[in-house]
Design a protein around this ligand. Structure first.
Ligand code: AMP
Length: 192
């Protein structure tokens, strides 16, 4: 099963992805992690995206589409992909559908973790201190949230129209969020 974990920064996508990797042998494809690795390595790509990421803006579609395309062969023989932080624009979603179709795959399910902005700001305040991420600070966070609402929220109708979208209350306790995700996956697989 290939799924997209969808939600604003700090919605809990990373926590849930980790659990799905451990319990189902899925592979997480996080463009944010790939880009941070590029920055850490000091590569040409890393230098190109470092400032954009630190400011909380989106990098260009072609960069992240290429990163994902390069990783797709690694999915063969796994429990499927968890796309985390990708796609973030409709152009990325269209490109993802096309590259999966070329490999006889598709997106089975899109899980939207629903959270409210005020609670999110409170949640992120704790993370600022610990994460060490240059974009985990109040100014960049406001920009990241704005980018999400402007560029990424329009993906919801895209996946709703394709009957892939399931909403899970991201404000619930971690275990309840996990149960909501498991139920959505079971329904998608037709095992309920
Ligand atoms: P994340 O770890 O998913 O919050 O991503 C951190 C940062 O990486 C974002 O704020 C963007 O600057 C960049 N980024 C990650 N994924 C994408 C994407 N799919 N499209 C554009 N920019 C991205």
């Amino acid at each position: 099963m290939n799924l997209i974990l969808f939600g604003p920064p700090a919605a809990g996508k990373g926590t849930q992805a980790k659990r799905l990797i451990e319990t189902r042998g899925m592979v997480q494809l996080s463009t944010g992690d790939m880009l941070r690795a590029a920055v850490a390595s000091g590569s040409a790509l890393g230098k190109r995206v470092e400032g954009i990421m630190a400011a909380g803006e989106l990098v260009t579609d072609d960069i992240v589409i290429r990163l994902i395309e390069d990783r797709l062969p690694g999915l063969d023989g796994t429990g499927g992909a968890i796309f985390d932080g990708f796609p973030r624009t409709v152009a990325q979603a269209v490109a993802l559908d096309a590259m999966l179709a070329r490999r006889d795959h598709n997106i089975d399910l899109v899980i939207r973790l629903k959270v409210d902005d005020a609670a999110l700001k409170a949640r992120i305040a704790g993370r600022f201190a610990e994460s060490g991420r240059p974009d985990d600070n109040p100014d960049a966070f406001v920009i990241r949230l704005a980018a999400y609402n402007r560029d990424t929220a329009p993906l919801l109708p895209y996946y709703q129209a394709r009957k892939k979208l399931v909403e899970v209350d991201g404000m619930a306790a971690v275990g309840a969020v996990a149960a909501g995700i498991d139920a959505a996956m079971a329904t998608s697989l037709g095992v309920t």
